[in-house]
Write a protein that binds this ligand. Structure first.
Ligand SMILES: *Cc1c(COP(=O)(O)O)cnc(C)c1O
Length: 219
């Protein structure tokens, strides 16, 4: 087994039944992605539209591509034909554009709403009030998006208590929405990266997004 495949296996062996791994392949070569793919792994996450589009063109077509980075509305059209799940929906405008492009492609696109849980202002996402406002607004016109859950990124810190508090806050928001809005099929909670995925899993993450721990340093 190659090194990348063995890193993936090591992580997957530790996952509980309700958590799945997404290998974050941004700024990693196609050869490295193929090392993972050839071992039977098909779920990859990317941050940049251009890079995602060229990898999708060049690599096997049964790869499940996850968009996890900030997405500009004017670029949705490039990924709408194939993207599997967009984790980083951070505005109503973006959600409407995804709906529009999904309709054009005769698809229903799965989406997560990104929530701002970190202390840093640089990270994007809805705050709790904005999120509830969106979920309480009339979404009936958006028939080509399927809002499946939430995504969050913790503060970049070594303070495990701080990180865990942020994950717990996101989990409780997720559970609250799941209960209050049974009409949504809220099933996915995307949180946890190389440095903090075990804590995220402990706090209910269903999708962990792990890059450097699998592929090593990025280019
Ligand atoms: C880069 C990135 C990851 C993966 O980060 P690692 O620390 O390399 O595991 C996960 N999620 C998002 C949104 C990212 O941008």
């Amino acid at each position: 087994m190659n090194q990348i495949a063995s890193h993936i296996k090591e992580i997957e062996d530790q996952l509980n039944q309700s958590t799945r791994l997404i290998a974050v392949s941004k700024r990693q070569s196609n050869d490295k992605i193929l090392d993972a793919y050839n071992s039977g792994f098909i779920r990859f996450g990317e941050n940049y539209v251009q890079e995602l589009v060229s990898k999708q063109e060049e690599l096997p077509k049964d790869i499940e591509w996850h968009m996890i980075g900030h997405l500009q509305s004017n670029k949705v059209k490039y990924i709408a034909p194939f993207v599997s799940l967009i984790h980083s929906v951070d505005s109503f405008k973006l959600l409407k554009e995804i709906n529009k492009q999904a309709l054009k492609n005769d698809r229903i696109i799965d989406c997560l709403l990104q929530v701002h849980i970190a202390k840093e202002d640089t990270k994007t996402g809805f705050d709790q009030a904005e999120l509830l406002e969106l979920l309480n607004s009339d979404l009936s016109g958006l028939k080509n998006v399927n809002i499946k859950g939430l995504m969050g990124m913790s503060t970049l810190t070594h303070d495990k208590n701080e990180i865990e508090e942020e994950f717990k806050a996101l989990q409780s928001l997720f559970e609250q929405i799941k209960k209050d809005k049974p009409e949504l099929s809220f099933t996915e909670l995307s949180m946890g990266m190389s440095g903090d995925w075990p804590l995220a899993m402990k706090n209910g993450s269903t999708l962990i997004r792990v890059g450097s721990a699998i592929f090593g340093e990025r280019l």
